[in-house]
Design a protein around this ligand. Structure first.
Ligand SMILES: NC(=O)c1ccc[n+]([C@@H]2O[C@H](COP(=O)([O-])OP(=O)(O)OC[C@H]3O[C@@H](n4cnc5c(N)ncnc54)[C@H](O)[C@@H]3O)[C@@H](O)[C@H]2O)c1
Length: 414
């Protein structure tokens, strides 16, 4: 069987780059990435491709070689003409599936899915959702059956998108879709070549700590919002999952949408003609803010100064997944422990103190080429990034996902 064309939107981002790498290493897919680099660096996909080429067998077939290459489109999902051209280039019906990862993560910004373009080309969709859809969950660990009551605008965009996909699957039985509700992805590929490099100040705890430890974020003190929650040590608890375990979940989800597996995947839903399901991707074990700080101190040797201030509006005490359904039905597992997440994050951060803008001195971390497709024209090589200054708390924007209570105060959730 030839390679299956899979479109990954947001393929250059933190989660996207690790998902693309996992797809390339499976050697069954041809990956087409669409990313406007709103919050990512074009270099990421060059490095992903290099890792995949380096992992090829000794005498790779032409198909193996092809599977290690990414077609990277530097375009926005909102650019209808580019999107139409892109899909036209592969020909109608030649896109096997779409993994829709792209979104603006900041609370208050919205995300859209260009379903019209996807629908014209394929009927298999894996959607990046989030544990924020649960709001303040009544049961911990959280099962997928929990009512969706997002507290933030960001969380509601995820609920809306899931609802739209569900409606689409109800109206069009040929559609099959899986929503993956991520808990807290963390860490990096063990090579240290790809990792989390958000534009501006990190909104999530682990990358914030890593950037504080290397001096990229210059806050002298980590502010902790509340230590009087009903948790082990009073600080908020989140379910951290290694980014590679999370990425592997996407290949399992794609496989669950294949013709061979569709009956198995959707056979037990109340309306078997509606091919839509949501799965939690988490470890099923939570860690508190203080436990994360200690784990990062252990790998980095950096003594973080902390200051407990009042609770932050909208913070939920505990977001721990019940991942049983994904384990049972997708064969999902998340074996990598917190120490591995912290070690891999620290490896990435120390090799790339300025993220992808770090000048290359480490010979194991050289950039690879990627097929970059800009404005409909193909060219080889990554674009030059803007240079970057150390991040100062006073001037940098907060870019929060739904991490535990740390950082600078947020506006209240509406
Ligand atoms: N990181 C987390 O903690 C977390 C948790 C739960 C869910 N999620 C979801 O996972 C997805 C990816 O998150 P991430 O952490 O990798 O974020 P990210 O910002 O690193 O990745 C998103 C990517 O999408 C791209 N993008 C955004 N808008 C686009 C557009 N209009 N056209 C083309 N590309 C566009 C960005 O440039 C970026 O590369 C998002 O949907 C996010 O909501 C993330």
């Amino acid at each position: 069987m030839g390679l299956q064309n899979v479109v990954v939107s947001g393929g250059a981002g933190y989660i996207g780059s690790h998902v693309v790498l996992t797809l390339l290493l499976a050697r069954r897919f041809k990956v087409i990435s669409i990313d406007n680099h709103h919050n990512s660096h074009p270099k990421a996909l060059g490095r992903v491709s290099k890792l995949a080429r380096d992992a090829l067998p000794k005498d790779p077939s032409d198909q193996d070689k092809q599977s290690a290459e990414v077609d990277a489109y530097s375009t926005s999902l909102n650019d209808a003409i580019s999107l139409r051209d892109l899909f036209a280039r592969y020909g109608k019906g030649n896109i096997w599936g779409v993994i829709h990862i792209a979104a603006h993560k900041a609370v208050g910004e919205s995300s859209e899915i260009p379903l019209t373009y996807y629908a014209n080309n394929c009927h298999r969709l894996v959607y990046s959702s989030s544990a924020t859809v649960y709001g303040i969950p009544p049961i911990i660990p959280i099962p997928e059956t929990t009512p969706l009551k997002a507290e933030s605008v960001y969380g509601r965009t995820k609920v809306f998108c899931e609802t739209i996909i569900d409606d689409l699957c109800r109206a069009r039985p040929e559609w099959r879709a899986i929503s993956l509700r991520y808990f807290n992805p963390a860490g990096a590929h063990e090579s240290g070549m790809i990792g989390e490099d958000p534009v501006g100040r990190p909104g999530n705890l682990l990358p914030l700590l890593a950037q504080m430890a290397v001096g990229r974020v210059r806050d002298p003190v980590l502010k902790i919002f509340g230590n009087d929650y009903p948790t082990r040590d009073g600080t908020c608890v989140r379910d951290y999952i290694h980014i590679l375990d999370l990425a592997a979940g996407h290949v399992l989800a794609l496989d669950a949408l294949s013709d061979e597996n569709v009956c198995k995947t959707f056979g037990n839903v109340p309306e078997p003609h509606v091919h839509f399901k949501a799965y939690n991707l988490g470890k099923g074990r939570g860690q508190s803010v203080l436990e994360i700080v200690h784990a990062m101190t252990a790998v980095s040797g950096h003594e973080f100064k902390t200051e407990v201030i009042g609770r932050r509006t909208g913070d939920v005490p505990d977001l721990t997944a019940d991942p049983t359904l994904a384990e049972k039905e997708l064969g999902f597992s998340a074996p990598r422990e917190l120490e591995t997440m912290c070690r891999d994050l620290w490896n990435w951060q120390t090799k790339n103190p300025l993220g992808y803008d770090t000048p290359e001195t480490d010979p194991t971390c050289v950039d690879g080429d990627v097929t970059v497709c800009v404005g409909g024209k193909l060219s080889i090589g990554a674009e030059e990034p803007p240079s970057e200054q150390p991040i100062d708390e006073a001037t940098s924007p907060v870019h929060p996902e739904f991490d535990a209570g740390v950082g600078v105060p947020l506006p209240s959730s509406p």
